[in-house]
Design a binder for this molecule. Structure first.
Ligand code: URA
Length: 189
């Protein structure tokens, strides 16, 4: 299976009800050779319109953090979401939708073979880390194991940071930058 085939097959995907309301499949952005794979929650309205993840307000803020951390979105990252189609009214994806799309995400990971998977926000974190009572505030910046030596690192979702403006020490924005710098080092970039 190649990324091209996977993406092409998804155009006809009806495995969950999100196909009824989607305009575009939002498959990925960035480089297939990236050492860092960033996984978000689900496409929003802007992403659904264009077919590229993280292009709306949250995506623009994410880009600013990546630049500040010295990471190049197109070169150093492969970006995807837990589900490839937009949930209506920007609700969180339902468990059945995440299950229906999990094989696509797993295939992306298996093909890209990143060193580090960055779990952006609670939804992505919960798809990979099954610890009970784990919150993103407790988990962010911690390193978890995936498989084949691949590391998992949860970080705050940029949508949350849109509402948090402080850059004081230990503020969510300051921690986000710290986490991204650590992730860059882990990927030996
Ligand atoms: N939020 C996400 O989690 N993913 C996107 O692609 C856009 C916004």
């Amino acid at each position: 299976m190649t990324l091209e085939n996977l993406k092409k097959n998804l155009n006809n995907c009806t495995k969950c009800d999100l196909f009824r309301t989607r305009n575009n499949i939002v498959f990925s952005d960035g480089s297939r050779n990236a050492k860092i794979m960033l996984i978000g929650e689900a496409p929003g309205a802007d992403e659904d319109k264009i077919g590229i993840p993280f292009v709306g307000r949250a995506g623009k803020l994410l880009n600013e953090f990546l630049v500040q951390a010295g990471l190049n979105r197109k070169e150093h990252l492969y970006i995807a979401n837990t589900v490839k189609c937009r949930p209506p009214e920007n609700r969180k994806p339902l468990p059945a939708e995440k299950i229906a799309c999990a094989g696509n995400l797993k295939a992306q990971i298996d093909i890209v073979k990143p060193k580090v998977i960055v779990l952006c926000g609670t939804t992505a974190m919960e798809s990979f880390i099954k610890e009970k009572k784990l919150t993103i505030t407790k988990a962010r910046g911690r390193v978890f194991e995936y498989e084949n030596g691949i590391k998992l690192v949860p970080i705050f979702h940029p949508s949350y940071l849109l509402r948090q403006h402080s850059t004081e020490p230990n503020s969510p924005r300051e921690l986000m930058l710290k986490d991204l710098k650590m992730i860059k080092k882990m990927a030996q970039l």
